[in-house]
Ligand binder design. Structure first.
Ligand SMILES: Nc1ncnc2c1ncn2[C@@H]1O[C@H](COP(=O)(O)OP(=O)(O)OP(=O)(O)O)[C@@H](O)[C@H]1O
Length: 366
């Protein structure tokens, strides 16, 4: 089985957390506009509210803010909210777009006083740009190098006070001197199902789609703790409700629609389930080496390790141990299979696993 044969390659999974396809256009319409509208992340919201209120009272620009967390949890949204709350313009750029210190100097020197500079994927900025940023953040000053070689001179350039909002999925990769220059660091967590339910209900209202509480809960439960995925699943369920039902999203409609897209009750997709099924049915729940597991599902090692496993580990379905990958009891339960030792004598099935309960379709029948 090769997932690349599919028209939607692994990178474009419906449950992928990165923005893709038509996400961006729709997301702009669904973004909460102020802290009051921003759902969940209570601690971050409360702390940020204080930081911004205090800055407003002092008539000063807010401290630099670092937002860390997985893709799709609302870092861009929060940066826009910071700008709105500070009544300031926002400039949006990203680490990979800043390859030379000159790129950064050009942006910094054109900022207005109080402007918010949102720097997404800040951990991917080039080293020279990063070093220029240190001084800009601390002293609102940069040294622009003019000329080359021994004749090069540094011309100091004063900058207007601004607020840098850096976003990263890998806070651990930031060099400490950069991390230390942020006055406030917020770590964004995955959302609880009841929070995602509110996200879904709010988005349905904005998209003018009728949805009941159970329908919203069903979508929320399959959204992997991520608002971006919740909004994407909602759009696919809306299509299904319009074409196959009476336009109203109920639990049954949501479940049927997401069944079509092969997103199961816990938010696992085909790839996730193929990995789990191979682990359970072919290797009796492990331990099995990553390479062997990858061959069994017809995938690259990296795809299994980087695309499927993080969510399976987070969900407590799979453990990475020194001896190899091991399924947890929750994995057996989720696929409706009985672990070999619990199956008793005469149990049938690959690797000693017996079928029990409602599985999600066979590994080779998908
Ligand atoms: N707390 C929230 N309440 C309601 N909607 C949210 C919330 N957080 C995120 N969203 C929605 O989820 C989508 C993705 O959010 P956003 O683009 O801010 O994520 P991100 O963390 O910046 O992702 P990336 O790291 O990929 O840039 C947006 O449509 C946004 O409206």
């Amino acid at each position: 089985m090769n997932w690349d044969d599919d028209s939607s390659p692994v990178e474009e999974r419906i449950v992928g957390a990165a923005a893709e396809g038509d996400d961006q256009a729709v997301e702009a319409a669904l973004r909460p506009k102020d802290l009051g509208e921003f759902i969940g992340q209570e601690k971050v919201r409360q702390q940020l509210d204080l930081v911004l209120k205090a800055a407003r009272q002092r008539g000063a620009t807010a401290d630099h803010v670092l937002l860390s967390g997985a893709p799709g949890l609302g870092k861009t949204t929060l940066s826009m909210i910071i700008a709105a709350e500070m009544n300031a313009p926002i400039r949006i750029t990203s680490g990979p777009a800043i390859q030379h210190a000159g790129d950064l100097a050009a942006i910094l020197s054109s900022l207005q006083e109080g402007e918010i500079l949102f720097l997404d994927e800040i951990h991917r900025m080039s080293r020279p740009a990063e070093e220029m940023l240190y001084m800009a953040m601390e002293d609102f000053r940069v040294d622009v190098i003019v000329g080359k070689g021994p004749g090069a001179t540094a011309i100091p350039l004063d900058l207007p006070p601004f607020t840098l909002v850096g976003a990263t999925t890998r806070a651990g990769l930031l060099p400490p001197p950069l991390r230390d220059r942020f006055g406030f660091t917020a770590h964004m967590e995955f959302y609880e199902p009841h929070e995602l339910e509110r996200v879904v209900r709010r988005s349905a209202g904005l998209l003018d789609v009728e949805i009941d509480t159970d329908g919203a809960a069903e979508i929320a439960g399959r959204s992997r703790g991520t608002p971006r995925i919740a909004n994407r699943l909602l759009r696919r369920v809306r299509d299904y409700a319009q074409v196959e039902a009476d336009g109203v999203i109920t639990r049954e409609v949501a479940a049927a629609a997401l069944g079509v897209y092969e997103v199961d009750s816990r938010g696992l997709d085909r790839l996730d389930r193929a990995v789990l099924e191979a682990l359970l049915k072919l290797f009796g729940g492990g331990p099995v080496g990553l390479s062997t597991l990858a061959v069994a599902v017809g995938e690259e090692r990296e795809t299994v390790e980087e695309v499927a496993e993080p969510f399976l580990v987070r969900e407590g379905l799979l453990a990475r141990t020194p001896r190899g990958r091991v399924a947890t009891p929750a994995a057996w339960a989720h696929l409706g299979l009985v672990p070999p030792q619990a199956a008793g004598p005469g149990a049938a099935g690959g690797g000693g696993a017996a079928r029990g309960g409602s599985g999600q379709g066979g590994l080779f029948g998908m």
